[in-house]
Structures are given as C-alpha cells and as structure tokens.
Design a protein. Structure first.
Length: 313
C-alpha cells in the first residue's frame, strides 16, 4: 500500500480526477471538500476514499484529515476569474488565508509533498510572448490570478521553512468529463450545455481571443508524472501547447455535435486576455509527458458524457 494522499477540493472537476487516479495507482486517498457528494461517480472507487466535509480554513477539520498524510493535492477554490474582481476580499479570505491556515497545520504533521493547481491562464496576465514560458513575468489582471500567484509564493516560502517538496502546476484551459457547466467555468462545457438546452452560445468579445484547451486526462497524466521526478524546478506549465480562437472552437463543436448553434456576441470583458498559450517544453523535457487527446476527440468525449450526465442530474 502506498502513502496516504489528501486531495483538497476532491469533489470538484480536477480534484475528482486526481483522486480517481491516485486510487487506481494504489494510494490511500482522503478528500477534504466543501460540498458533500459523489467524487468520481464510480462506486467502486468512491468507497475507497475517506471523506472530510467542510471548509479549507476549518482548522479542527484539517487536524482530523492530516494524520499520516504524506502528499497533499491542493485543488480547492471558491471563485472564478470572471467573478473574483467583484469579491476580492472573499477571494483572499477563502482561498489565500484558508491555504495559509492549512499550510501552518501541515507543517506540524508528516506532509512531504504538496501539488498545487495554479492557473496558467491567469497568473501571467497579458502575455509579452506566445507561447508563454514559466519564466514569463507574472502580472495577473484579476483577483483570481493574483490569489493563485500569492498561494504559489506561500507554498515556496513554506517549502523553504519546512522542507515541503512543492509542485506548482500552471494549467491552461482544461476540459472534459465531470466539468459542471452549471458552475459557469469552462467554455467547452458551457457551450455544449447551451446546445443541449437549445439556448444561444454567448461569446464575450469578437471570438478572436485565443486559448489553450487541453483534455483532463492529459492533465492527470502530466500531474502523476511530475510526482515521479526529482527537479529543482517547482513550477510547470501544462496545456496542449497549441492555441485556438473561440470562433474556431465553435466550428469544432458544431462538427462534433452535428448541430449549428446560435451565437450571441457580447461586449468583451476586462479579465479576458487576448491570447494565452502555454510553453510546455519544460514538463516535456523533465518527464517525457505529451498530450495525447486532440481537441476534436476531447470535445466529442465531453459531448457524449454531458448528454448522459445532465439527464441524470
């Protein structure tokens, strides 16, 4: 039996996939999450996971969840890029302060490694070059990105103070099964959901913004491979390495669904940078990882899953 791993935010889109992969790899898995509910949707997997329901900043709950834990996967979050500027105090208190409270308690236990789900889509701000390397200046234009970056800095600080082996994963725009479009994040999931409901797809701006969409299965494989390496680098971009405009994405969605959706263009938003495509050469060099699921295949898989998932919801 491998070591105990704790997944913060383990019922969410990314956290649930990480928890699933850890169980399959033989880890003993615990989940700490705000919302009680199924984790992976697979009872044979979920029954192997010990759950702690509550807030990241609940010190008493953290004390119950941490004994024996060697690895922590921080995938918890309470805000989105588009709403964080409207509630920055809540963003900081629930995410940054909550994380620091957790780290202080983790320093008193046996935690050795911490993996953090950061945001390659927001921490860099408006890019000076494409693709964006990890060494690019960080100048986020939304509270969400500022908070993610601050958490990164505290993780590196606690690594120096207490010896945590830190892995900061700056993900691009992941999509795939279990991404709940009703929560408002994830262009692909939201667009497919609107098609299912017969509603127009709302596009902010002229549709020419470019994003780095990549499939959640590739995210999981990248994360698991980073666990296996010894590296002086602590920050890794993870994405497809290729960009696509929202307008071109709409063409792929139409082909995968067989439906020509109605679109409605809305005024552009301050939080939307014109282009975000990540340079993934560092993680490729260090681990040999490569994204394997193309956008067309990934959208088709997500469409197939979503049609069933929303009927059962």
């Amino acid at each position: 039996m491998k070591s105990i791993s704790l997944v913060l935010g383990g019922t969410g889109f990314l956290g649930s996939h990480i928890a699933h992969a850890l169980v399959r790899a033989g880890h003993t898995v615990r989940v700490l999450a705000l919302d009680p509910g199924p984790i992976t949707g697979d009872p044979s997997i979920d029954q192997e996971i010990e759950c702690f329901w509550g807030d990241l900043g609940d010190v008493d709950l953290i004390k119950k969840a941490l004994p024996g834990v060697k690895m922590v996967f921080h995938y918890a979050g309470t805000t989105l890029p588009e709403n964080s500027n409207r509630q920055p105090i809540y963003d900081v208190e629930s995410n940054l302060v909550g994380t620091i409270r957790f780290l202080e308690e983790a320093s008193r236990h046996e935690v050795e490694k911490i993996v953090f789900s950061s945001s390659g889509g927001t921490v860099y701000g408006i890019p000076k070059q494409i693709p964006i390397p990890e060494t690019h200046p960080t100048n986020p234009i939304c509270s969400y990105g500022i908070t993610k970056l601050a958490i990164e800095k505290y993780l590196l600080l606690f690594s120096q103070l207490y010896g945590f082996d830190v892995r900061i994963m700056r993900y691009g725009n992941p999509y795939g099964e279990r991404q709940d479009p009703r929560k408002g994040q994830g262009a692909i999931a939201v667009f497919l959901w609107r098609i299912l409901e017969g509603r127009p797809i709302e596009i902010w701006g002229d549709g020419n913004v470019v994003r780095d969409f990549f499939y959640v299965g590739d995210l999981v494989s990248a994360t698991m491979q980073v666990l296996e390496i010894t590296s002086k680098e602590k920050v890794f971009n993870v994405g497809s390495g290729q960009g696509i405009s929202i307008n071109d994405l709409m063409e792929i969605i139409s082909q995968c669904t067989g439906i020509e959706p109605t679109t409605r263009y809305l005024p552009s938003r301050f939080v939307d940078v014109p282009s975000n495509v990540l340079d993934i050469s560092l993680i490729q060099k260090k681990t040999g990882w490569e994204p394997t699921v193309g956008l067309r295949e990934g959208v088709a898989r997500t469409w197939q899953w979503l049609q069933v998932a929303l009927k059962e919801a």
